[in-house]
Design a protein around this ligand. Structure first.
Ligand SMILES: [Zn+2]
Ligand SMILES: [Zn+2]
Ligand SMILES: [Zn+2]
Length: 275
């Protein structure tokens, strides 16, 4: 049983600063280490300690919560930033024994196709386990499914149900796949009181050197337009998985204030949620 979740990273897969970025967003974070942000991950606290996503920053992320012994890992999907830390479980690092890896069948297949990760299974550093429990329910969402599928995770607790949805492609496709007309109705149908939501990009022309349409995510601007302002008693929606380019990394930005004034939140590392 888990009773608390800690946000261990609020950035997109590549973190902040992102390798190769020479813009202000990452130069700032190279000069001031307090601006460094880890790729998204959740710590699950209870009679055992689990995490969601295993990033290359796993050692620091565990350190933030007193370095607990890891018993299981849940994955939403297998894009690199979400699974890169698996290598840290091997012989060269932790050399773990049978940490449970809980992911979808297509992610199991994907992990087993890669020699480095396959070795972790052969050496019993990790053992696959079923991809649902009484308190954690995966919900399939459309997100670039060439190699594997992607899920959101719903955590059911005594005090809160928390939905974790770090990556999806478009609201149109996601809402169609779950059968709702707008995000809030879907969240309410799940009984969610807190949603940790894909906030990768602020708007649709944020990437200057790449074609942003090839890395689809609903922008925060679009999402808050769909949501409108928060009413009293509404659920909490907290944006996470922020790309290095996202102005929401700056609490004094116009964009940050806009989200805040509408009543929604931006996730920060170390943020805790009672389950
Ligand atoms: Zn991601
Ligand atoms: Zn940058
Ligand atoms: Zn992804």
């Amino acid at each position: 049983m888990y009773n608390k979740i800690t946000l261990l990273g609020n950035a997109q897969d590549a973190g902040r600063p992102q390798i190769g970025c020479t813009q202000k967003c990452c130069d700032d974070a190279r000069k001031d280490f307090t601006l460094v942000r880890n790729p998204v991950s959740l710590g699950l606290h209870g009679d055992q300690f689990g995490i969601v996503e295993i990033t290359r920053c796993i050692s620091h992320q565990l350190g933030r919560v007193n370095n607990p012994k890891l018993s299981e890992i849940w994955l939403t999907h297998a894009h690199l930033g979400h699974i890169e830390g698996l290598g840290q479980l091997g012989k060269e690092a932790l050399n773990s024994k049978n940490i449970k890896l809980r992911c979808s069948d297509s992610v199991v297949d994907y992990v087993m196709k890669h020699p480095i990760w396959k070795k972790l299974v052969i050496r019993n550093n990790i053992t696959f386990d079923k991809y649902f429990s009484d308190e954690i329910i995966p919900i399939k969402v459309p997100h670039r499914a060439q190699d594997f599928d992607t899920h959101a995770l719903l955590f059911r607790g005594q005090n809160n149900n928390i939905l974790f949805l770090p990556d999806h492609d478009t609201w149109e496709e996601t809402l169609e796949s779950v059968g709702y007309d707008n995000p809030k109705d879907w969240f309410i149908s799940l009984g969610a009181s807190i949603v940790l939501l894909d906030g990768t990009f602020w708007n649709v022309d944020e990437l200057k050197n790449r074609v942003q349409a090839r890395v689809p995510h609903p922008s925060v601007s679009e999402t808050i337009d769909l949501l409108g302002s928060r009413n009293e008693g509404d659920l909490r929606i907290i944006f996470i998985h922020l790309n290095h380019t996202n102005p929401l990394h700056y609490p004094d930005s116009e964009e940050y204030l806009k989200v805040e004034n509408m009543g929604w939140e931006i996730g920060y590392e170390g943020m805790e949620f009672e389950l």
